[in-house]
Design a protein around this ligand. Structure first.
Ligand code: TXA
Ligand code: MG
Length: 344
């Protein structure tokens, strides 16, 4: 099939994309976080096409994208006040909430769970597509399963050209890492995945937050986890990635000692001069963590090359959005971290 590239700014795009969604086709949609591979979230056959296109495990549930909090009741029940408070504070925006699912949501969408993840994306063309299609759009990140997420229309075409009906081109994604996921189905709100809405911002609204262990540590693939997606190898280029922590100077000394031809260095822009001769690739400025989140996946995709032997990566420290960047990089590295301060 020919994959249509629909400009996000074209006034005709939303109607064309919505018609394809209603026909059960796959349409990649831009959001502020990453591009999603969208389909009618209430149509089992359409949802099955998402899993097939990505090569995604069937037990890994999808996020339903909706136009706003007024649609929550259609797909969720027993919605706590906290959910409305979060929607008020952060929607449209990079926050996904897990709530008890109504029977209208197919089990194929929820991966067999009786809960559903919902979010309202902060891109007007995508909300217009949802509105015109008249259905919630189920959309995982549009990358092939296990690979770094897609933050441009070109990334989506690279993975799916000829296999999906259309890509709506909204330009590069502003946030660059996937949404924050909060589970509101238990007594205490639980962070399942860090993202553009930070733990600090969540606590300011909720007063309380448990961080799920899958956020900070490697989870066994047979483990029972809250967000099934967290147990799979993720965001990973084909070669091993190792994070080198510690000061700029100590990390550079460590990497330069171990570097062999065929390796690459993924670092902050400020560090480029330290890695001359080591084919460094910068993913943003350490001084502005938003540039790091926005640039991370494009860099990891560039490094997804069988000719590369190993990648040494530098990771920002601290909370806020840096927490989400750490989570993605640690997963890409399968939690392989060396401390340059401890290695002489
Ligand atoms: O920013 C985003 O969230 C992007 C854009 C396209 O909206 N979407 C995205 O979807 O990242 P995906 O499928 O790549 O990641 C969704 C994560 C998975 O780890 C999945 O296991 C988890 O959300 N999830 C979905 N439904 C869930 C549920 N009912 N309970 C727990 N986790 C759930
Ligand atoms: Mg994903």
């Amino acid at each position: 099939m020919e994959t249509l590239l629909l400009p996000g700014a074209d006034p005709a795009t939303a109607a064309v994309a919505a018609a394809l969604i209603r026909q059960g086709q796959l349409v990649a949609i831009p959001t502020e976080t990453v591009y999603g591979l969208g389909a009618d979230g209430l149509n089992e056959e359409a949802v099955a096409r998402i899993f097939a296109a990505k090569g995604r495990p069937q037990d890994n549930p999808l996020i339903l994208h909706i136009c706003g909090p007024e649609q929550m009741e259609q797909f969720c029940h027993h919605i706590p006040q906290k959910a409305y408070d979060l929607a008020e504070a952060f929607w449209p925006g990079p926050l996904t909430m897990v709530l008890p699912a109504r029977k209208t949501v197919p089990k194929r969408t929820t991966g067999g769970l009786d809960t559903v993840a919902i979010r309202c994306p902060d891109t007007s063309v995508t909300r217009e597509i949802i509105r015109l299609s008249g259905v919630p759009i189920a959309a995982p990140s549009a990358n092939l399963s296990g690979k770094p997420s897609t933050t441009t229309a070109e990334h989506v075409l690279h993975d799916h050209n000829g296999k999906i009906a259309a890509v709506v081109d909204g330009g590069p994604c502003r946030v660059g890492v996937e949404s924050t996921i909060v589970d509101l189905t238990e007594d205490r709100p639980r962070l399942l995945r860090p993202g553009g809405v930070t733990p600090e911002q969540l606590i300011a609204v909720l007063g309380d937050l448990v961080v799920d262990k899958a956020v900070t540590a490697q989870v066994d693939k047979d483990a029972v986890v809250k967000a099934p997606g967290m147990k799979y190898r993720h965001y990973a280029p084909s070669e091993p990635v190792v994070i080198v922590s510690g000061s700029r100077e100590k990390a550079a000394a460590y990497i330069r000692r171990h570097f062999v031809p065929g390796d690459r260095v993924l670092c902050f822009q400020e560090e480029l001069p330290l890695y001359e001769g080591c084919s460094p690739l910068s993913y943003g400025r350490e001084a502005d963590v938003n540039t790091l989140s926005a640039g991370l996946f494009a860099a990891l995709r560039e490094l997804d090359d069988p000719a590369i032997h190993q990648v040494y990566a530098r990771c920002p420290v601290g909370g806020g959005v840096a927490y989400a960047v750490q989570n993605r990089l640690k997963k890409a590295a399968a939690f392989h971290i060396v401390d340059a301060e401890a290695e002489e």
